[in-house]
Design a protein around this ligand. Structure first.
Ligand SMILES: [Cu+2]
Length: 123
């Protein structure tokens, strides 16, 4: 009977070690949660307002989308300097979305107001 109790205790201790092991291995779970927060930034937006792109420089992850929205009362475009992408004329409230599937630096401008410049960096 005594031997049996000791065995039970050893088994119980083993279970507790396993539970502790599980708890410590599941403690990094906040990092997948924070990476989930990072993945929400795959939706990136640039405001076109007062004849500027805001933010004018944006760094995103490869495969992410960028959406531009025109808040001005005049029309603008989002036109890649290299021709990688080009929006139609964007009127007030219009949006343009482009997905960047290759790393690199993508300078762009407004084809109407060529002094309006921005850069997307894909890492
Ligand atoms: Cu413009």
């Amino acid at each position: 009977m005594k031997k049996y109790n000791i065995l039970a205790l050893v088994a119980l201790a083993g279970v507790m070690v396993m539970v502790a092991g599980c708890t410590s291995s599941s403690s990094p779970s906040p990092s997948p949660a924070s990476s989930a927060v990072t993945s929400t930034t795959t939706q990136n937006s640039v405001a076109i307002q007062n004849y500027v792109f805001n933010p004018s420089a944006l760094t995103i992850q490869k495969g992410a989308n960028v959406t531009w929205k025109n808040y001005d009362s005049v029309q603008h475009t989002v036109t890649s300097d290299s021709g990688a992408f080009s929006s139609p004329l964007l009127s007030t409230g219009d949006t343009y979305t482009y997905q960047f599937n290759n790393t690199g630096t993508y300078p762009y401008h407004c084809s109407i107001h060529t002094y309006m410049k921005g850069t997307i960096t894909v890492v």
